[in-house]
Design a protein around this ligand. Structure first.
Ligand SMILES: Cc1ncc(COP(=O)(O)O)c(C=O)c1O
Length: 385
């Protein structure tokens, strides 16, 4: 690691109203749940915010032409995906966009396919917006969590269907391959599906040699069926700033999305725009250092967890989230078990499987060591060792 960014040295988040830390503020429980990281943001972001705040006027602010241009260049550079400025719709949050997208299309009889194991706000969105949730089975294939696409192809045809893709997958960490996405695209064409693609973790690819592919970038025809959702929030640890964007190529889809947001969704605020621009424009060395730090955290965690009797952790291709299979312990309430041992994980049942725990390893090495040590103690006690 370079001395420039010291990820071992995390700022104290107590007394900052941090959701992650306040949950356990009066208890000796390590907060390793909600998906933000404990690392200080890139100093260039803090500098840009400071500079903007010095101008003492914080009125309505629109996205700058330059920020849109930065996104266009980034999509081209990272994914060879050529997008246009009018395709970009800025929204204060990805979850809001998933909900707007569900609302924008179809009616109460419309099916929305969604992975059966996934980030809970994705599962909730169809139901919140009066659409029919259809849960697509997930399976481990070559130790990667993937959706059973053949299962979708076998379902009876219906009108105005949608599918929510979470790529890279939270909590499984898989990065969908071009082949898998092409198969999905074929199904989408055959069934006339609209794809809502949550790609918020796209710039957190940990496995060397793997690349993120936006499903919309495969070809123009599939691009016209997609609402792609991205943000600087996970990559640059800016989740509290409420800034994300949707990429919607098809004008009709874009109009429907805009209509469904009307009067409900407020603008992204100027702090979010300022941070996004600084992050995308100037924070690449911080981002690279972060990825290396997370890779080392991941390697350590995977190796340790798989040595603990009753626990299993498959390789994590992306994200800073570990989806740990604890079924070998035979517990009714694994979340409570680990919480009593001083470990604040996300309960697997919120993501669709009670026999898993989701551990956020976006923390410094010392915290991760402590977490592993507490897990070992708890499991040893459980087995009576
Ligand atoms: C897959 C996924 N989508 C969306 C979000 C949240 O996005 P936002 O805070 O922009 O609503 C998260 C946060 O953990 C996530 O993992």
């Amino acid at each position: 690691m370079t001395d420039k960014f010291n990820f071992d040295n995390c700022p104290d988040r107590r007394n900052t109203d941090a959701v992650k830390w306040d949950r356990y503020k009066d208890n000796d429980i390590l907060p390793m749940w909600v998906a933000d990281m404990d690392f200080a943001v890139a100093p260039v972001i803090t500098d840009a915010l400071r500079q903007r705040l010095e101008h003492p006027l914080y009125g309505y602010t629109h996205v700058s032409t330059r920020l849109n241009q930065i996104i266009i260049e980034r999509m081209l550079q990272l994914y060879q995906w050529s997008i246009r400025p009018e395709w970009l719709v800025w929204v204060p949050g990805v979850v809001a966009s998933v909900n707007i997208a569900c609302r924008a299309m179809g009616d109460s009889k419309s099916n929305v396919y969604s992975p059966e194991i996934v980030y809970p706000h994705i599962t909730e969105a169809p139901q919140l917006n009066n659409r029919r949730l259809v849960q697509v089975p997930m399976r481990l294939q070559n130790r990667r969590w993937v959706m059973d696409l053949d299962w979708i192809a076998r379902q009876p045809d219906a009108d105005n269907e949608m599918l929510i893709l979470c790529n890279p997958h939270n909590p499984g960490g898989s990065v969908y391959t071009r082949n898998e996405l092409s198969q999905l695209a074929e199904i989408a064409e055959a069934r006339d599906l609209t794809i809502i693609s949550d790609e918020v973790h796209s710039e957190l690819i940990l496995e060397p040699g793997l690349m993120h592919t936006p499903v919309a970038s495969l070809n123009d025809a599939i691009g016209a069926r997609c609402i792609t959702l991205m943000a600087p929030s996970k990559t640059f640890n800016l989740a509290g700033l409420g800034c994300s964007f949707a990429v919607i190529a098809d004008p009709r889809l874009r109009r429907r999305f805009a209509h469904a947001s009307m009067g409900i969704i407020s603008h992204v605020n100027l702090i979010g725009y300022t941070a996004a621009r600084a992050a995308y424009e100037h924070a690449s060395d911080w981002h690279n250092t972060l990825l290396n730090y997370l890779r080392a955290n991941r390697d350590y965690l995977v190796s340790e967890i798989n040595q603990i009797r009753g626990l299993k952790l498959d390789p994590i291709e992306a994200t800073y989230l570990a989806w740990i299979d604890v079924s070998g312990l035979g517990l009714d309430d694994p979340h409570q078990f680990f919480q009593s041992a001083g470990l604040g994980f996300s309960p697997g049942k919120d993501f669709g499987d009670n026999q898993f725990m989701r551990l956020n390893f976006g923390c410094n090495r010392a915290t991760l060591h402590e977490a592993v040590s507490r897990i070992k103690t708890a499991v040893n006690n459980h087995w009576g060792d």
